[in-house]
Design a protein around this ligand. Structure first.
Ligand code: ATR
Length: 262
């Protein structure tokens, strides 16, 4: 689609920038739904972030910008407002530029994660869920599952200290969900979510022993690339319903699109 003066402009701020794919994904998404929105990667070094954000305030055809490594935390201090979710997750991944030029930091990970599940007819309320991983993305998904009133949330991680720290943080926010660090079996969970990076490379081991997975388990792997991971293939062979990271990404796009239409 041709970029004109009528196009709505977005950026993805990153350093390094070579690996950034979010802008291409956003462009494909908006082209697909016939909306005149163009997104460009912007290579912004950490020291230059305040100046770039200051300049974007004056760019009246910019509707927002994505934020990725290494700016997801530092950006918060430069904005006018931060959504509650971005504050709780401790990271901003999208900044909305309102019509009056205000910059509002948000995090689309948690709502995108939940929407993709709901689209598949999976609810979390009252369920027993296992999360693998306790990194940045894992913080958002754990919070989302507690917000969605999981009955029990188990968090397992290579570094158990991080699993415990995340479990404690989520438990303090959501006393109604029983949050536990640990769990090395996949047995008796309604939902298993992989937020580790295991599965991105073809020779990665599975992130968990899959013998406990059955046709009553939902397995959600938030890895985007490859779109179908070995965990998903193995779980599907055991009869599980599987969901991939592309669905979560698409829901995040839909949230951005909703904001832009306002
Ligand atoms: P992201 O922002 O994608 O969540 P991250 O914050 O670096 O990235 O988190 C990566 C997650 O994958 C962590 O849970 C990490 O485990 P550690 O906290 O122990 O580092 C997990 N992970 C990465 N490589 C792993 C591996 N080889 N085996 C098991 N877990 C791994």
């Amino acid at each position: 689609m041709e970029i004109t003066g009528k196009s709505k402009i977005m950026f993805v701020l990153a350093d390094p920038v070579d690996h950034v794919r979010a802008s291409a994904v956003l462009n494909a998404y908006f082209a697909g739904i016939g909306e005149d929105v163009a997104t460009s990667p912007l290579h912004v070094r950490p020291d230059d972030l305040p100046a770039v954000v200051g300049a974007i305030r004056h760019m009246n055809n910019v509707v927002g910008f994505g934020v990725t490594i290494p700016h997801k935390v530092a950006i918060a201090a430069l904005l006018d407002e931060i959504s509650q979710n971005a504050r709780l997750i401790g990271a901003v991944n999208f900044v909305k530029r309102t019509r009056d030029g205000r910059l509002v930091g948000d995090n689309m990970d948690a709502p995108g994660f939940i929407s993709a599940l709901l689209n598949r007819g999976c609810t979390i309320s009252g369920k027993r869920v296992l999360q693998l991983g306790a990194g940045g993305a894992g913080r958002a998904t754990a919070l989302a599952m507690a917000q969605a009133r999981a009955a029990e949330l188990w968090i397992s991680n290579r570094d158990p200290v991080k699993a415990q720290a995340l479990a404690d943080a989520i438990q303090a926010l959501h006393p109604e969900t029983k949050v536990t660090a640990g769990a090395d079996t996949a047995e008796n969970f309604d939902l298993i979510v992989n937020t580790t990076s295991l599965g991105m490379l073809s020779d990665d081991p599975l992130p968990i022993d899959v013998s406990g997975i059955s046709n009553t388990t939902v397995v959600y792997d938030i890895i985007v690339n490859p779109p179908v991971t070995r965990l998903m293939v193995t779980a599907a062979a055991r009869g599980a319903v599987t969901i991939g990271g592309k669905a979560m990404l698409d829901e995040q796009m839909a949230l951005v699109a909703d904001f832009i239409r306002r």
